[in-house]
Write a protein that binds this ligand. Sequence first.
Ligand SMILES: Nc1ncnc2c1ncn2[C@@H]1O[C@H](COP(=O)(O)OP(=O)(O)OP(=O)(O)O)[C@@H](O)[C@H]1O
Length: 608
Amino acid sequence: MDRLRAALSLGFEAAAPKLLAYAVLDLTSGVVPVAIGWLTKIALDRLSTQASARTLVPLAVGLALVGIVQAVIPHALKYLHAELERGTGTLAQGRLFSAMARFVGLGPFEDPAFLDKLRLAKQSGRNAPGSVVKGTLGAVRAGITIVGFLGSLLALAPLLALFILAFAFPVLAAEIVLSRHRTEMMWRISPRERRELFFDQLLSDVHAAKEVRLFGTGGFLLSLMQEERRVADAARRGVDRRELSTQSLLALLAALVSGTGLIWAIHGALSGALTLGDIAIFIAAVAGVQVSVAQLAASVAQAHQALVLFGHYQDVIVVRPDLERASHPHPMPPLERRIELRDVWFRYGEDQPWILKGVDLVIPHGQSLALVGLNGAGKSTLVKLLCRFYDPTRGAILWDGVDIREVAPEELRLRMSAVFQDFMHYDLTARENIALGDLSAREDNSRLIEAARKAGVHQTIADFPLGYDTLVTRIFFPDADENDATTGVLLSGGQMQRLALARALVRGRRDFLILDEPTSGLDAEAEFELHAGLREFHCGRTSLLISHRLGSIREADRIVVLSEGRIVEEGDHGALMAHGGVYARLFALQASGYTEELVPPSVEGAAL
Ligand SMILES: Nc1ncnc2c1ncn2[C@@H]1O[C@H](COP(=O)(O)OP(=O)(O)OP(=O)(O)O)[C@@H](O)[C@H]1O
């Protein structure tokens, strides 16, 4: 009942006048068949008693008017229903995405059960209020028609009226059971549909297209996609078949009921107990009640199914933040002393292996720290904990002595900037791609240009047909525009990475800068220039740099080596080289790939 109220109030909030108009028209259409039945009966009775033509005119006009109403109402209802769906769709979308914005971290986006719920919530938030209104009003409308016709039947054949009414109960029960099966099936196949969608996107994605073609995996991926569809279709087919057999059985029952009624009516007519008009209204009533009972059942099923799905929407919009928010958040003044990881342990789930195993690390204010380690050592995980995308499973991260769980996550993030290893490229303009780092810079050309210059991408953008307002994508334009550069340009991987870097830099002098492999896609010269620029940029600022190119981090104030979730070495480049441990071995290994004659002295080591 609460769910019904919530769905209706969402519809009401989104489009109250249209919802009311829909209700009025829908309910009116419930009276129409009964009115037609009675007007026909009266007309036939008058005809059979040789009544004058004048008495028939109003009836004919009435019948014509009711006929017009009957013809127009479905179209008006269709329009109003679409309007209702558009209104609720926009409102529900806003609420759904606002609820998702309350998530502090990344956990829910990695939880398959939540992703299934989210997909159904998106669908039901848009459709459910309309379907609930349609289903509920459809049921009421059918109820009105049934009551109208049953009243007529009660006057003619009370027993038959009760017989027909009794038939309504199994129909309703069957429809509700079928609806429950359908919604359960939809939930069951949801992961399959998600996987099918994944393969579908993969097979139409330009990035994947290269490997798909080179490795010839198109057929294989297609077969996986179709397998998902086959399994999901088998489940759908099962429910469809069950519906078909149940509906056929109900149709048989309906035929028996109408057959019995017809035989009774013929007897009545032959014995002179029923007039021609009685027969007409009787036939209309039997058919009308049966159709309306079927409509009632279908409407109840529709509303029931929509309400079950609407439950997913409701679950998502009231979902609690994935990570605890402090009830009285600590203020977040600028960093003055240090960021500290104190005995931090972390794993992604209780059944997952430990990724960080007791990390103690201090990043003093104003210092640059470089993090080094083999693939999978836990470097990016540590970055995600610093941004509070997850909370440590044990231990704490302190910002000037305050646990970051005690401050508002938004405040924490306002004090930071970052380039992530898996940086984003937005299918927007160059201006927007940079300004998404700090929206206040959107119209501030000098700030955008400064950030782009530092990231080494200003000249590239300036040469675009529309400069900073050039779209750095072509996905929004059809083939016909392919040769028109003003409809968008395509960037190389390195240029996209520079844009991502500019996005991080446009945030200005934030307290803490994280650079996770910021130059992995850049050429050696660009990387050298960029690191020189960055050195100047984060000179005297607190920063964390992760890079596998050890030459680019050698000038960091401190280098920390992470191995299997533990810090195994710490010191500056000179000290670590002298120590002769993991770092020295890795550095020597990289350096051995270069010969002195080939590397100009100024860039030696920089591009390792
Ligand atoms: N979202 C996640 N859920 C579960 N496990 C994860 C997740 N992200 C990373 N891991 C696991 O955590 C481990 C450390 O990954 P992480 O990305 O932190 O390593 P890294 O040191 O940054 O590696 P690389 O040098 O390859 O970037 C890996 O074994 C990875 O499988």
